[in-house]
Design a binder for this molecule. Structure first.
Ligand SMILES: Cc1cc2nc3c(=O)[nH]c(=O)nc-3n(C[C@H](O)[C@H](O)[C@H](O)COP(=O)(O)OP(=O)(O)OC[C@H]3O[C@@H](n4cnc5c(N)ncnc54)[C@H](O)[C@@H]3O)c2cc1C
Length: 503
């Protein structure tokens, strides 16, 4: 197996050009070509362990890098080593002899940390499986997406990290197989991956959304569901205030009945024009579960997803405008949902993996979000929009819905969550508007959290108060896995210290 490539000192810029770092080394992991998943995991972990030990000896900081998609600075380390994981991207089938007695292996997959969500989707479908949920695009790495609690708008699911059942995590002190107390994999399997079993419910829950502060993840076991398809409705429609009430109450069936199919939706996403939420069209995307039909060919392009990005692009033009913003935004939204698929159109049905699409980088993107209890949406809605506009208004406001997600630091920590996204140009106006929203929610006493990977203005005190006892448990779990202070020091970075996730 080829050794990791050491590219040496260089200036590194993240995917959207929002953060950069002067590195003392950019390291590119190479993958093993071994034929079994166990052997591949052992080979890669061996390389990562050697790197981490070398870094500890040299007093260097190491930051594992996924796709670099997080606009926030959590994936940069000034003066340290950034370790690219994109080449470690293989996925493997698991069988009954790999798992602990009594475990069902039929929906499990072994996924290397650097596999993109797209690659995991493809592998899952080859095995007759589907992911339960995912984000709006699919270029994040699996470990990177889990690290921030990446989510979409599947009503009955949490975040992408909810798929994880076990992880291989490397620290300078060793290679660990982290599972909850209840065994997942067989001791033979774990031994063959070169890992030491580490069973601890809180350490596992800390690793599910670790923000890069729980060691170097090299692989995960994930649990999918039998393959399914979704019917896609994507349309412009005027919302009434009562629709917000329905959404806040979780009456998605009623929302869908009024605006699309008289059927319980699987996924509901609403993109609003904040300048005129009830008099201008909103963009709706609703997905409905369908049985898998092998006779339906994959669509020539993914079914959905384009809307979000077109809006962001056109949003840049808005940053300099004072007048006619509602009109310009409406034009942008029309362009974003140029293709409508209403209930009377021929049915557009595809597998879950074909409903998300790749993405092109947008320089100077702003995206921030707040996650709150869905029941707070009704009273928060008007003040939040007002605050957003008082701040100058960015571009679109998106509502997404999800269940409580797994992981001590999962932002979706309420029983039922609404996530409100603010996507637009990276300008003072966007920042100001987002801060105004945060301040207004605080003033109203509404509890909310923020996305680790997006612009969030968080600091250690706020993280500690947002996550309370779960934050304390996270830090205790961190000390159990990374017991030697020298091990934690390897993963130190200014942004993680600022967030209170590492001392
Ligand atoms: C176009 C676009 C669309 C997006 N859509 C959504 C969306 O729909 N929903 C949503 O919730 N978010 C969304 N996001 C945010 C994105 O999903 C998260 O920022 C995600 O964490 C990025 O994954 P990544 O692989 O790029 O990780 P990175 O940004 O590279 O890293 C994120 C964190 O994970 C750590 N990390 C990465 N790999 C490892 C590893 N192997 N071991 C340990 N730590 C590791 C890094 O050190 C860093 O702290 C979107 C972002 C973009 C750019």
């Amino acid at each position: 197996m080829p050794a990791p490539l050491r590219h040496g000192p260089r200036h590194w810029v993240n995917y959207h050009g929002t953060e950069s770092a002067d590195l003392s080394d950019l390291v590119e992991l190479q993958n093993s070509t071994a034929s079994t998943g166990r052997a591949v995991l052992r080979d890669v972990a061996h390389d990562v362990l050697a790197l981490l030990q070398q870094a500890r000896q040299a007093g260097q900081q190491v930051r594992p890098l996924g796709a670099g998609w997080s606009p926030s600075p959590i994936s940069v380390v000034q003066g340290g080593w950034l370790v690219e994981t994109r080449n470690i991207n293989r996925c493997f089938r698991l069988t009954a002899r790999d798992v602990a007695p009594g475990r069902d292996a039929s929906c499990l997959m072994l996924v290397q940390a650097g596999a993109t969500v797209d690659e995991v989707n493809d592998s899952a479908e080859e095995l007759g499986l589907s992911l339960r949920t995912g984000g709006a695009s699919n270029g994040q790495t699996w470990a990177g997406a889990c690290a921030t609690g990446t989510h979409g708008s599947v009503l009955a699911a949490g975040g992408i990290q909810d798929h994880v059942r076990a992880l291989q995590v490397v620290t300078p002190s060793g290679v660990f197989w982290v599972e909850p107390h209840q065994p997942v994999m067989s001791p033979d399997f774990v031994g063959a991956t070169g890992s030491t079993i580490f069973r601890d419910d809180d350490v596992f829950a800390a690793c599910q959304v670790a923000v890069g502060a729980m060691g170097f993840v090299t692989a995960m076991v994930i649990e999918c569901v039998p393959i399914y398809m979704v019917r896609n409705i994507q349309k412009r429609a005027k919302l009434a205030r009562g629709d917000i009430t329905r959404l806040a109450n979780g009456d998605f069936r009623g929302f869908s009945r009024a605006l699309a199919l008289d059927e319980q939706p699987h996924f509901v996403q609403v993109i609003l024009n904040p300048f005129a939420p009830f008099t201008r069209d909103a963009l709706l995307r609703l997905l409905y579960l369908r049985d898998f039909d092998p006779g339906i060919p994959p669509p020539p392009r993914p079914l959905a997803g384009a809307g979000h990005d077109a809006l962001t692009l056109i949003g840049k033009a808005m940053a300099g405008l004072d007048l006619f913003r509602a009109d310009v935004l409406q034009l942008a939204m029309r362009a974003g949902y140029a293709t409508q698929r209403d209930i009377s159109d021929p049915e557009a049905v595809a597998t879950w993996g074909h409903t998300t699409e790749p993405h092109n980088p947008i320089a100077n993107l702003f995206n921030g979000s707040v996650t709150m209890a869905r029941s707070d949406l009704e009273r928060a809605f008007d003040p939040l929009i007002e605050a957003f506009l008082n701040g100058g208004g960015g571009t679109v406001v998106t509502l997404r819905f999800m269940q409580r997600a797994a992981g001590l630091l999962a932002p979706a920590r309420f029983e039922n969550n609404v996530v409100i996204d603010f996507d637009g140009p990276r300008s003072d106006v966007s920042h100001r508007s987002y801060r105004a929203v945060v301040a207004r929610l605080d003033a109203m006493g509404i509890r909310f959290t923020r996305h680790w990977g997006k612009t969030n203005d968080l600091d250690a005190a706020r993280v500690a108060s947002d996550y309370g006892d779960d934050y304390r448990r996270f830090r205790l779990a961190q000390r159990r896995l990374l017991a030697d202070p020298g091990d934690i020091a390897v993963f130190r970075s200014d942004p993680l210290v600022h967030l209170g996730l590492i001392d």
